[in-house]
Design a protein around this ligand. Structure first.
Ligand SMILES: Cc1ncc(C[n+]2csc(CCOP(=O)(O)OP(=O)(O)O)c2C)c(N)n1
Ligand SMILES: [Mg+2]
Length: 894
């Protein structure tokens, strides 16, 4: 029988192929770069000739950097191996011991064990804690490193070996409530403000924030606010973490904006929590295709140096063929089941491969390294990443989950492993040569050599060369002067009967702030393709949209006054339709005070419905990061945002924002309220250095803005002030209103007075959340000090002496006013917008949700009837007179 290759035509073709390869090899040998160019020319030629050319997004399952292109390792491999072993041990000992002492306290050992070498090469050779400024001083902020969150034990262990954390502190891992400093489970700047910079443990948030951080760094450089430097953003990402849309959803931005200051390292240990990431495929191939397709420089680090020799001896390409036949599920089994299994199942498929390893023992085979555990391969990849210009780099490093942990290595259950068996501990101290006794090992004894030990000296020397220690969060004192409220008269003195919205008022205030000679340049307007909705055209003209390449086209509206303006040093971050991306920019800007020593003031303006409910987890991480700034929820209110219906009308973002401890929420009715709150926010966050941020609603209903009454600023800021007292005599009921619903409340006051002779006071409630927080704090104090005189909250003090029920109406859910119920047990009646929105106009929406003036007046009368102050029949009749359909379906269920 003849094979295909033996036909004369095939023999001729094979000879031709050899000639081509020989010629190509020659070009490669002469000039590596030219060979790539040649291929590209051939490809173009093929296309011209109509030959179909498949676009290749993936390359063979090999290291991207061939052996002959590697540079030698610059470090002391022996000492670095020693340091890494010590860190591995202490990380493991910490988690092991803590779980022995306090069962169930948790922690992870297998993630760090797969990541250790990837981090160590970075720590010893790449991660700068500081850079030198042009003047030569080592005072520019260094690289930003986003650590895989659950690899934190390794980061703590390194800080211990460096002498930055002591043994006592390690013993308080996950013991944060014992009266002495603990170590938080994961990276949390809120809990360890001197240590962690970036919260990363909610999967996907780290990589997303890293991309926008790198972009923000360029923004600051291009706007001339920071010096250009070689600073990099490194993000260490789990391969399972790439399942999160957040991880991959913004990678195209990296390439589009040519972020060569961004390096992703994906720790491809092939496992996530439950089992393999892509059991039936290869995650590295999948990620290679996605990142390359998005325009990233991809460097694969698949195999360790001990495979090089096997590749060299394999002249038929069988090794690669076999590698490409296997899927990740196989690779996991090869590691979990040891050398004999690998010989039989991997090499055993082809007799030639078996022969290739006949001189190796099973132990040798078991030890064949993956690229992510080989410092030489990693060093070369990092070096290439640093040298790469014009775009971001991703390093796909193949590793083993639970590396070095004996029986837990590459097991499905290894993620959850917290304690090791005596056997595994013994194996570890022997394999990594840790000088503790077996008995001490079982107890998880820590070990740090003397300061004079060569490995410790080396470790410090490396870090000194790189500008100090990491991670470290340092906040320099910032100079900032908030504008005095008197300078904002234009916004506090009313609109002189001109109908405007709070959104319009805010936008003109923003324009004013942008012009401030002091901090105007620090203001960062952020918008996810909603600028026109909020009337930002004038701001676009004023400060331009940031576009790192400038404006390479003539905009079609260039002859108009408010044309679309993109600029290299533009100030607005127009993010396109990505609330998550915008929130990541808000995070980069809102933490710039700590990360760049620059008190940037972000105003992120968005459709309030697509805020907290969409990016809630990122808002939580923002608070954890001690972020500052203003979230501006536009088109707020379930009945004020008219026409848009169920998906767009927001009646609950205030409920969601109230769950974030450092977020101050305000729901303003008038522009002067907004101005007072923003002025005070600038003062508190930037002048006083408070780690808080603001969520402010902005509405699109136009009405005349009144001038600010005398003496209300404290009330505005604390959440409640009397806006209009009863016109005649003493009020028998109190009406609370917020946002544009305050106008409905005022109309209700009139209806009640004129039609029913019922006097009421009207209050503007700017913040139920702040009133509640204050009341809770006072209540707690009273609870803990039963022998002392009772204190009163602002709410109680302010309402003292007022009479009658309180009818509270807003464009938000009833649970918002209900926040005050514990202190107003028999008084509060909440009206609000529970239920799904509808497409209709404001009048119909307010009637439907029962927050119209008529509904508010009706609710007051009804309640007064129950209290015996109005005849029940009169109240019932009034409801009919007011046009209220008492049998309509409950909007909460409609
Ligand atoms: C948003 C989110 N969902 C779930 C988790 C819980 N979790 C922590 S680690 C983990 C698996 C991580 O796998 P991978 O990213 O591959 O990291 P590895 O530990 O393998 O390095 C999961 C599901 C989380 N931290 N965040
Ligand atoms: Mg993994």
């Amino acid at each position: 029988m003849t094979t295909k290759l033996e036909t004369p035509a095939q023999v001729d073709f094979a000879a031709e192929v050899s000639e081509w390869i020989e010629a190509f090899d020659e070009v490669v040998a002469n000039d590596w770069e030219q060979s790539a160019e040649l291929l590209e020319i051939l490809r173009t030629r093929a296309r011209e000739a109509g030959v179909p050319v498949a676009s290749e997004l993936t390359t063979p399952y090999l290291n991207t950097i061939p052996k002959h292109d590697e540079v030698p390792y610059p470090g002391d491999r022996h000492l670095e191996r020693r340091i890494e072993a010590l860190i591995r041990w202490n990380a493991m000992a910490m988690v092991h011991a803590q779980n022995k002492k306090d069962p169930g306290i948790g922690g992870h050992i297998s993630t760090y064990s797969s990541l250790a070498t990837l981090l160590e090469v970075g720590f010893n050779h790449f991660f700068h804690a500081k850079y030198q400024s042009a003047a030569g001083a080592s005072d520019l902020p260094g690289d930003f490193v986003y650590f895989q969150g659950h690899a934190s034990p390794g980061v703590y262990a390194r800080a211990f070996v460096e002498g930055r954390l002591d043994e006592k502190r390690l013993k308080n891992f996950r013991h944060e409530l014992r009266g002495e400093p603990g170590l938080s489970s994961y990276p949390h700047p809120w809990l360890m403000p001197d240590f962690w910079k970036f919260p990363t443990v909610s999967m996907g948030i780290g990589p997303l924030n890293a991309i926008y951080q790198a972009r923000f760094m360029r923004y600051l450089e291009n706007r001339g606010l920071i010096e250009k430097s070689d600073r990099k953003v490194w993000a260490f990402v789990g391969d399972g973490e790439t399942d999160e849309v957040d991880t991959l959803g913004a990678i195209s931005l990296g390439a589009r904006e040519k972020l060569d200051n961004l390096i992703f390292v994906v720790n491809c240990n092939l496992q996530r929590l439950d089992g393999p990431v892509r059991g039936n495929k290869r995650i590295i191939d999948e990620l290679e295709g996605m990142f390359r397709g998005a325009g990233w420089n991809v460097i694969k680090v698949v195999w360790g140096s001990d495979w090089d020799e096997l590749f060299e001896r394999d002249h038929q390409g069988l090794l690669l063929k076999r590698m490409e036949e296997c899927v990740d599920g196989d690779y996991q089994a090869f590691k979990a089941k040891g050398g004999a299994y690998l010989r039989k199942e991997f090499f055993g498929k082809y007799p030639e491969l078996l022969k290739l390893v006949e001189d190796k023992t099973d132990e040798d085979l078991a030890r064949l390294h993956r690229g992510g555990h080989d410092p030489g391969k990693i060093y070369n990849a990092y070096k290439r990443a640093l040298e790469h210009k014009g775009g971001p780099t991703v390093i796909l490093a193949k590793t083993v989950k639970g590396y070095g942990l004996g029986s837990t290595e590459a097991r499905n259950a290894s993620h959850q492993e917290k304690k090791l068996t005596d056997e595994s501990l013994k194996y570890f101290i022997q394999r990594f040569d840790i000088p503790v006794t077996e008995a001490a090992a079982k107890e998880g004894a820590f070990f740090r050599p003397e300061e004079s030990a060569p490995e410790i000296k080396y470790l410090h020397e490396r870090r000194q060369t790189l500008g100090g220690y990491l991670p470290k969060r340092e906040v320099a004192k910032i100079e900032f002067k908030a504008p005095a409220l008197e300078t904002l008269k234009e916004w506090t003195s009313g609109s002189s009967n001109r109908a405007v919205s709070t959104t319009m008022g805010f936008v003109s205030l923003l324009r004013h702030l942008l012009k401030d000679p002091g901090f105007g340049k620090l203001v960062v307007p952020i918008v996810p393709d909603e600028g026109r909705t909020f009337g930002l055209e004038s701001v676009i003209k004023q400060v331009g949209i940031y576009a790192p390449e400038g404006q390479k086209y003539v905009p079609h509206d260039s002859d108009m006054l408010l044309s679309y303006r993109e600029e290299k040093n533009g100030q607005i971050l127009e993010e396109g339709i990505t609330e998550a991306g915008s929130m990541a920019s808000f995070t980069a800007a809102g933490t710039a005070y700590a990360n760049y020593n620059l008190p940037m003031v972000p105003f992120y303006m968005y459709y309030s419905m697509f805020g907290f409910q969409r990016i809630g987890d990122m808002a939580w991480a923002f608070a954890d990061s001690r972020g500052k700034g203003f979230l501006m929820g536009g088109t707020a209110g379930r009945t004020t945002m008219l026409g848009e219906g169920l998906q767009h009308q927001d009646g609950h973002s205030i409920v969601l924002s109230s769950t974030v401890p450092t977020c101050l929420t305000y729901d303003s009715a008038y522009v002067y309220e907004l101005a007072v709150i923003i002025q005070d926010g600038l003062r508190r966050m930037y002048e006083n250095g408070e780690d808080v941020f603001y969520y402010l609603t902005m509405y699109n209903e136009d009405y005349a803005m009144p001038p600010m009454p005398e003496g209300v600023t404290e009330g505005i800021l604390r959440g409640l002030y009397k806006y209009r007292p009863a016109p005649k005599g003493e009020a028998v009921a109190q009406l609370f209103g917020s946002g544009p619903i305050l106008n409905e409340v005022l109309r209700a006051q009139e209806i009640l007075a004129t039609k029913y002779n019922v006097q009421t006071d009207v209050w503007s409630v700017t913040s139920y959340t702040e009133l509640r927080r204050d009341a809770l704090a006072v209540e707690r104090w009273n609870r803990l000090h039963p022998a002392e005189a009772l204190k009163k909250s602002y709410l109680e003090t302010t309402l003292e002496g007022t009479k009658g029920p309180i009818i509270a109406a807003s464009d938000y859910m009833k649970s918002v006013p209900d926040m005050l119920s514990p202190w107003l047990p028999t008084r509060l009646v909440a009206l609000g917008t529970d239920g799904f929105g509808r497409s209709d106009n404001r009048e119909h929406l307010r009637r439907h949700f029962e927050v119209s003036a008529e509904a508010i007046a009706g609710a007051a009368l009804s309640r007064l009837a129950r209290d015996g102050k109005v005849k029940p029949k009169t109240a019932q009749k009034a409801l009919a007179e007011l046009g209220l359909d008492t049998e309509a379906i409950d909007p909460a269920k409609a």
